[in-house]
Ligand binder design. Structure first.
Ligand code: SF4
Length: 232
């Protein structure tokens, strides 16, 4: 386990009010090459995280938000989609990916699943963002805002413990993987967040631009890959 992962776990347990942690004893093959000792996956209901967010003022993004956009979908989903942050429609409704980009995401999930013979609807997966409040003028969230709000995303992901995560767009991809590469290079490839495989693809709002026919096709390929990985 690397230092960043350990920090996230410790913050998580601290949030739960647990101040003392004991390291588990070695298991039989602990000394073998490739063995990684893991903390037990914490099980936390999502409503507790939402409760902790409350009427959040922890970063400047609260100033212009209408609604906090926590996440939507199946809390036991094997697949979680993570975007950047809410836009205008999401801010008004408090639900992620409900605008034009959201409609495209729904089409992509349901259309690809149907074509691949996987019985899956949008409501069967879980969808959320790195930051829960809309950045003004849809600007990219700043590093300190993502750092602050990211603790809630980490807790959501730990609570759901999906088989895979699909990062939508550069901001989510970089945040989850700490990669400095652009999304064009990252897409279609597997990374990891805390041992959970992360597939990177384009953000649907990028795909809405009419001239992005190539990336649209690539995004469908990426989705196919992640759906087969999770549901085969
Ligand atoms: S973006 Fe996150 S940390 Fe910032 S105010 Fe909203 S909920 Fe709180």
């Amino acid at each position: 386990m690397d230092a960043e992962t350990l920090r996230q776990y410790l913050e998580y347990y601290q949030d739960l009010g647990i101040k003392t942690l004991y390291r588990r004893g070695s298991v039989a093959n602990a000394g073998e090459a490739g063995h990684e000792e893991r903390w037990p996956a914490p099980q936390e209901p999502l409503f507790r995280i939402l409760d902790d967010i409350g009427d959040c003022h922890r970063c400047r993004l609260h100033e212009q938000r209408t609604k906090i956009v926590f996440g939507v979908g199946n809390e036991q989903s094997k697949l979680v989609f993570v975007g950047e942050g809410p836009g205008a429609d999401e801010d008004a409704q408090g639900i992620p990916f409900v605008g034009r980009a959201g409609q495209l995401l729904t089409q992509m999930i349901e259309g690809t699943a149907k074509k691949e013979g996987i019985p899956l609807l949008r409501k069967d997966v879980y969808i959320c963002n790195v930051v829960k409040c809309r950045p003004p003028e849809n600007r990219t969230p700043q590093p300190d805002e993502m750092e602050m709000c990211g603790q809630f995303l980490s807790r959501q992901l730990l609570a759901i413990a999906p088989k895979a995560i699909c990062a939508l767009g550069s901001t989510a991809a970089k945040y989850l993987t700490h990669s400095k590469e652009g999304v064009t290079r990252m897409r279609g490839n597997w990374y990891k967040w805390n041992d959970i495989p992360v597939m990177v693809t384009y953000h649907p709002s990028y795909l809405l631009r009419a001239y992005n026919v190539g990336p649209k096709r690539e995004a469908w390929e990426d989705l196919k890959k992640v759906l087969h990985f999770v549901y085969d």
